[in-house]
Design a protein around this ligand. Structure first.
Ligand code: SAH
Length: 226
C-alpha cells in the first residue's frame, strides 16, 4: 500500500467516519479516489488533511469532510442524473461519477476546467460531461435532475435550480454571504419544496446571473472605500 493510500484510509476514518458519515458508498468512493492527484505536486502531502487547499485562480478544493457531507446529503443510489455546479479541481466530480449514473459538471473558469479535464481523463469515466458555463442558472437543456450539488456560495437559492429538479430531487447549496454561508438542502415535492439547514460552511462565491455579480471580494470593495 502506498503512503497516499494509507493517508487516505486515515482521512476516511478520522475525518469522515468519526464525524458521522455513514453512507457506505460515499465512504468507499472517498477511500478509492486519489485526492492528491487533484492538487498541484507541491501540495500533495497536504491532500488528505482536514481542510480546503488552493487550486489556482483564487479557488479551492473543498475540505474532504464537506465533500462527503454534501454527497451523503444527496442520498445517491447509483441511478441518478446529477448536476454539479462549481467543478473546481474535479475531485467532487470524480466522487459523483462513482456514485451516480450520469454527471454533468459546470465550471465558469476555463483554466480550471482544463486542469480538471486532464486529471479526470485518467479515470476514463463514461458517465461524466464537463461544461464551461455559468452554472448559477443551471443547465436547462438537460434537465430535469435527480440531484444538484452547488460547491460555491449563493446569495439566495436560484429559482432555476429548483425548477430543474425532478419531483423527489435534492438540491444541496451553500446560501448566505460572500465568505460564510449555511448549507441548505432543498427537496422538490409534487407541490412545493421542503428546505433544511444542514450546517455552517465557507465556500468561495458563486459568480453569475443568479449568483454574485462580480468576482471582486468584499475586501477589495472595502479597501476601495479607504
Ligand atoms: N468541489 C470543488 C469546489 C471548487 S471551488 C472542489 O472541491 O474542487 C468552487 C468552484 O465554483 C470554483 O472553481 C469556481 O470557479 C466555480 N464557480 C463559481 N461560480 C460559478 C458559476 N456560476 N458556474 C460554474 N462554476 C462556478
Amino acid at each position: 500500500m502506498s503512503r497516499f493510500d494509507l493517508l487516505r484510509r486515515r482521512m476516511v476514518e478520522e475525518q469522515l467516519v468519526s464525524r458521522g458519515i455513514k453512507d457506505m458508498r460515499v465512504l468507499s468512493a472517498m477511500k478509492k479516489i486519489p485526492r492528491h492527484l487533484f492538487v498541484e505536486e507541491a501540495l500533495q502531502d497536504q491532500a488528505y488533511r482536514d481542510h480546503a487547499l488552493p487550486i489556482g485562480a483564487r479557488q479551492t478544493i473543498s475540505q474532504p469532510f464537506m465533500v462527503a457531507f454534501m454527497t451523503e446529503a444527496l442520498a445517491l443510489s447509483g441511478k441518478e442524473k446529477v448536476l454539479e455546479i462549481g467543478m473546481g479541481s474535479g475531485y467532487q466530480t470524480a466522487i459523483l461519477a462513482e456514485l451516480a449514473a450520469e454527471v454533468i459538471s459546470i465550471e465558469r473558469l476555463p483554466v480550471l476546467i482544463e486542469k480538471a479535464r486532464a486529471i479526470l481523463d485518467q479515470f476514463h469515466y463514461e458517465n461524466v460531461r464537463l461544461q464551461l458555463a455559468d452554472g448559477s442558472i443551471g443547465w436547462e437543456k438537460e434537465s430535469s435532475f435527480d440531484a444538484i450539488l452547488v460547491a460555491a456560495g449563493a446569495p439566495e437559492i436560484p429559482q432555476a435550480l429548483v425548477d430543474q429538479l425532478d419531483i423527489g430531487g435534492r438540491l444541496v447549496i451553500p446560501v448566505g454571504g460572500r465568505s460564510s454561508q449555511v448549507l441548505k438542502k432543498i427537496v422538490k415535492e409534487k407541490y412545493g419544496t421542503t428546505e433544511t439547514a444542514l450546517t455552517h460552511c465557507a465556500f468561495v462565491p458563486l459568480i453569475g446571473a443568479s449568483g454574485w455579480q462580480s468576482a471582486k471580494s468584499e475586501t477589495d470593495a472595502s479597501n476601495h472605500l479607504h
